[in-house]
Every structure is written in structure tokens, then in C-alpha cells.
Ligand binder design. Structure first.
Ligand code: SAM
Ligand code: SF4
Length: 343
């Protein structure tokens, strides 16, 4: 068994799980709500959590700060749509003190981009330098049907506002069978043409949605071999600290990331844990494991109990996940929606 809550050779705090993986990356879902309803993520009539169940922004700050004190270096706020949480900028602002102190290396977010026009400059002022914007298509009609009512113009304007504010933007796109498969080369050329990396994601069986996953899923191995017929792809050795593997595309000069939880298990190098907006810690995206942090958080003003609960959960981090989508397994691999866990 490894040291779970020790310190590194230089005295900095570290969290190491039973498989020797150091946990340095925390993703926090600040709300399960969203202004869109992407069909692979949510059902149209999603029931959201009662607002009273949510941690306050102050509690979220305390929770994030406890993880930073334990060695988390990268913090991503996500959701749901993080920018629809009222006053979320005050959370970014307070968390930015950890960037200033050097305790945190990166504060970032994943967003659908629809509210970015309003928040891009404030994000930059809070020390955010890179963001992920999810965009599965450049076709306005397809965008509307994927998101059920979204307006692509708002997202495109949001992306431009972010770039103008000095934020480096990476585009994330879920590969969807028969929907955007054919558009991936043009999406890539568009992103790379603007100096933005593109990362493709395989659809994962999370939460009950209308229709089966089998109708949505296309393996990225297939997309990659199609791209390889058209472009020169060179594997890159680098990692962003996230689950993507990267290739350089010679013709565009850009980088393409591939997140393949379905066709390739990326668990060996997993450095991440996630917290929901109600304070539940999930140490694996693809397992039902869960630890309640809200109770110890609220039980006392100091962080002793909280820290002990975190250590216990890290000590139980599963080795990996085993998502399957086929005709026999056409139901959620885990019952939580991605919007609750935080993608
Ligand atoms: N609302 C923000 C957004 O869309 O970027 C942040 C939250 S969203 C849950 C984060 C990412 O998860 C998005 O890129 C989205 O496309 C992806 N996602 C949602 N459901 C998914 C699923 N079932 N399988 C794979 N990716 C999914
Ligand atoms: Fe909302 Fe993001 Fe889920 Fe789409 S993927 S419904 S934008 S949380």
C-alpha cells in the first residue's frame, strides 16, 4: 500500500492511490443545470437537483482548497454548464488566490460556450488561461438538433470573445454516429485554422437518455483510420494531464486529441477525481463509487474530518472502468449523467 496522504521528496503534499497514481487533477461540477440539452448527455425533461441540495459557492471554495492543500495542481470547473451558476465568477475569483500563491498551476473550465461572451474577460482576469469549449458541429441546424434548442451563433461569438480576451481555446467534440462523423475533417480544419486544438470524445454510457447508446456510438479508432487516409497523423508523446492522446496533423499543423474510454482504457495513468455540486466525490468516472464530502464539510469549521474522508476515498480509488456499448449492454454503464459527475 502506498502513502495516501504524504509528501513528496521536496516536502510538497501528495495524494497517491493504492495503484501508485498521484492525484493532481480535480474536476468540479458546480451545477447540474444547463441551458442546453445535448441529446447524448441529458433527456429533454431532465429533473435537476433541488437548489437547496447544492453546495454554496463558499463551500465549493473550501472543498477545492482542501484538495489543493493535499496536492491538487489542476482544477477544472465544469457541470452542467458552469457559467449558468449564479455568481460563479466569485468562485473563480476566490480560487485564483491559489494561482497567485503558486499552490495551483492551472484553473480552467469546460463550457458549452453559450455564455462566454459575457464572461471571457472576467475569466482571464481570474487567471484562467486555457478553456475547453464543447462544439460537435459547425452546422447550425445540426447544432440545434443535437442540443435541442441551442443557437450556434452564440457559441461561435463566445469562442471569438474568449480568443480576443487572450484565452487559449480547445474544442471538444463528441463523435456521433451518422451525425457529425462526416464533418470531423472540416471541424478539424476550422479549429486548426484558428490555432485551436480539437479533441474528439467517444460517447460514454452515462445516465438514462432517450434512445440507446448503440445508435450514437462510433469508435474513434474508425474515425482515426478515416482521417489517416486523408491526413498525415503523427503520434505525440505528450499528455495534457488529462485522458487524451494526441496526434499532430501535418497538413494543418494542428493537434488532434482522442479520448477513447470505450476502445482504449486510459485508466493506468489516471490522475483525476471528481466532485459533484452536492459534494459527492467520485474517484472514477466509470464506476459507481462515491463518498459524501458534504457531511464532513458541514460537520466542523476545520478541515480535519474532511481531509480524513478524502484520504479514505483516495485509498479506495478503483483500478479502472469497463464501459461496454453493444446490443446486450444497451443501458447506462453508470447511472449518473455526465452533467452530474462533471465531464
Ligand atoms: N456544459 C459543458 C460542456 O458541454 O462543455 C460542461 C459539461 S459537459 C457534461 C462536458 C463534456 O462532456 C462535453 O464536452 C460533452 O460533450 C461531454 N459529454 C456529455 N455527455 C457525454 C457522454 N455521454 N459521453 C461522452 N461525452 C459526454
Ligand atoms: Fe449541457 Fe454540456 Fe450536457 Fe450539453 S454536454 S447538455 S452543454 S452539460
Amino acid at each position: 500500500m502506498n502513502e495516501l496522504h504524504g509528501s513528496s521528496a521536496n516536502g510538497a503534499p501528495v495524494m497517491t492511490d493504492p495503484f501508485g497514481r498521484t492525484i493532481t487533477y480535480l474536476r468540479v461540477s458546480v451545477t447540474d443545470r444547463c441551458d442546453l440539452r445535448c441529446f447524448y448527455c441529458m433527456s429533454e425533461d431532465m429533473t435537476f437537483l433541488p437548489k437547496a441540495d447544492l453546495l454554496t459557492l463558499e463551500e465549493l471554495d473550501r472543498l477545492c482548497s482542501a484538495f489543493i492543500a493535499k496536492g491538487v495542481k489542476k482544477l477544472r470547473l465544469t457541470g452542467g454548464e458552469p457559467l449558468v451558476r449564479r455568481n460563479v465568477m466569485s468562485l473563480f475569483r476566490s480560487l485564483s488566490r491559489h494561482l497567485e500563491s503558486g499552490a495551483l498551476n492551472e484553473l480552467t473550465l469546460t463550457t458549452n460556450g453559450s455564455q462566454l461572451v459575457n464572461f471571457a474577460s472576467q475569466l482571464y482576469e481570474c487567471g484562467v488561461r486555457r478553456i475547453n469549449v464543447s462544439l460537435d458541429t459547425l452546422d447550425a441546424n445540426k447544432f440545434r438538433s443535437i442540443t435541442r434548442w441551442g443557437d450556434i451563433e452564440k457559441v461561435l461569438a463566445g469562442i471569438e470573445a474568449a480568443r480576443a480576451a487572450g484565452l487559449k481555446v480547445k474544442i471538444n467534440a463528441v463523435a456521433l454516429k451518422d451525425l457529425n462523423e462526416d464533418e470531423i475533417p472540416s471541424l478539424m480544419e476550422w479549429a486548426h485554422g484558428k490555432g485551436m486544438d480539437l479533441t474528439l470524445i467517444e460517447v460514454m454510457p452515462m445516465g438514462d437518455i432517450v434512445g440507446g447508446r448503440i445508435d450514437q456510438y462510433v469508435p474513434l479508432s474508425m474515425i482515426r483510420s478515416r482521417l489517416a487516409a486523408q491526413y498525415t497523423l503523427t503520434d505525440l508523446d505528450e499528455s495534457s494531464g488529462g485522458p487524451a492522446r494526441y496526434v499532430r496533423v501535418s497538413e494543418t499543423g494542428g493537434k488532434l486529441g482522442l479520448i477513447t474510454p470505450m476502445t482504449h482504457n486510459f485508466c493506468e495513468s489516471c490522475n483525476r477525481v471528481r466532485i459533484t455540486c452536492t459534494g459527492t466525490l467520485h474517484t472514477c468516472l466509470g464506476q459507481e463509487d462515491a463518498s459524501d464530502l458534504r457531511k464532513p464539510l458541514r460537520a466542523s469549521a476545520d478541515n480535519e474530518l474532511l481531509a480524513a474522508t478524502i484520504d479514505r476515498a483516495i485509498g479506495l480509488k478503483p483500478k479502472g472502468h469497463d464501459f461496454i456499448i453493444d446490443r446486450r449492454h444497451n443501458r447506462p454503464g453508470v447511472s449518473r449523467h455526465m452533467s452530474v459527475t462533471g465531464g
